[in-house]
Design a protein around this ligand. Structure first.
Ligand code: SF4
Length: 318
């Protein structure tokens, strides 16, 4: 387990290591580069070459504490690689199910195997399943992902190296887009990103723009259309335990929301958006998710809260 510098998660957990390349998006695989470094440093977990997939049963005993955390599963491997037995995948799922306070993001380039095993796995709200799609040659991955029983589904469109027909982006809760970041990075066109973003807007899919990438990703940054996009999927997990229910309502439905929240009146916050997800809390107050941030209702006013922070524990309302 390690803190992560990846913008859309908080920690990483690698119950398996090693992988093999299967498509163009794997060309400059970050896991392979890191694996080589860690192996050269003599780290026992990375003693085998990258192309040897190793399961680490000890990692299944890892716990992530009481504070809700977002965990990226297998940044250094692929949980649905053919060399990982179903039994081990089931054990990894059991470890995630035993920690319902955390969100586990399982990202795979082999969603056909996730689909094959889907009925033999338990899919609680806190296990999100995503697949990587780098260009229009990998659209089948979206179909396999859609057919799984995962409650929360996402696409990592990174590195985006070619246009993706936007109408294929349906039936998922979250889309992350990013350009390739390496010395020989393949360029990503603004129009490709914008087509995906507009489709997400149309379908009500949360959209996260990670980076432009290139040789120096710090220089190119992560502004799209002059702003950042950091949306996260609102899940049923938010509605569990501390929250009563999450419902999709529009700002125009204020009267309905007010009735629903027991007549509580709130002043209209200064918003550029006019619709959002109203999240009633167990105290009868509401929070509002507006695109890439959440307005937390406290003492008669709204406080703007970063979504990651919100997910990671700020929804334990007092
Ligand atoms: S599937 Fe992921 S981890 Fe495996 S080689 Fe490709 S990019 Fe690397």
């Amino acid at each position: 387990m390690a803190q992560s510098s990846i913008e859309w998660t908080q920690q990483t957990w690698n119950p398996t290591t090693g992988c093999t390349k299967i498509s163009a998006g794997c060309r400059d695989c970050y896991a392979e580069i890191m694996h080589r470094r860690l192996r050269a440093m003599g780290q026992a977990k990375y003693a085998e070459p990258f192309n040897v997939v190793v399961t680490h049963p000890d990692e299944l005993k890892r716990t992530f504490g009481r504070k809700p955390t977002i965990v990226f599963v297998n940044s250094m491997s692929d949980l649905f690689h053919k060399d990982i037995p179903l039994e081990f995948i089931q054990q990894a799922f059991a470890a995630m199910i035993a920690q319902p306070q955390h969100i586990f993001q399982v990202l795979t380039k082999r969603p056909e195997r996730a689909y094959e095993f889907s009925s033999q796995l338990i899919w609680p709200d806190n296990i999100w399943l995503g697949t990587s799609v780098e260009d229009d040659k990998q659209l089948d991955r979206i179909t396999f992902l859609q057919e799984t029983d995962a409650k929360v589904k996402f696409l990592s469109i990174e590195p985006l190296i070619g246009p993706i027909p936007a109408h294929h982006i349906v039936g998922v809760d979250w889309v992350i887009v990013g350009g390739e970041s390496s010395r020989r990075a393949r360029p990503m066109k603004h129009e490709w990103v914008e087509a995906i973003r507009l489709q997400c807007e149309k379908e009500g899919i949360a959209f996260f723009f990670k980076q432009w990438g290139g040789k120096n990703k710090k220089l190119t940054g992560r502004l799209l259309n002059g702003r950042t996009y950091d949306e996260m999927p609102i899940t049923k997990q938010l509605a569990s335990s501390t929250l009563l229910e999450a419902r999709q309502l529009t700002w125009e439905n204020q009267a309905e929301v007010r009735d629903w929240c027991g007549g509580k009146i709130w002043s209209k916050p200064p918003l550029r958006a006019v619709s959002g997800l109203f999240i009633p809390t167990d105290t009868g107050q509401i929070d509002v998710a507006f695109g890439d941030y959440i307005l937390k209702y406290t003492d008669g006013s709204f406080e703007r809260v970063d979504q990651l922070a919100y997910y990671a524990g700020n929804y334990e309302h007092s």
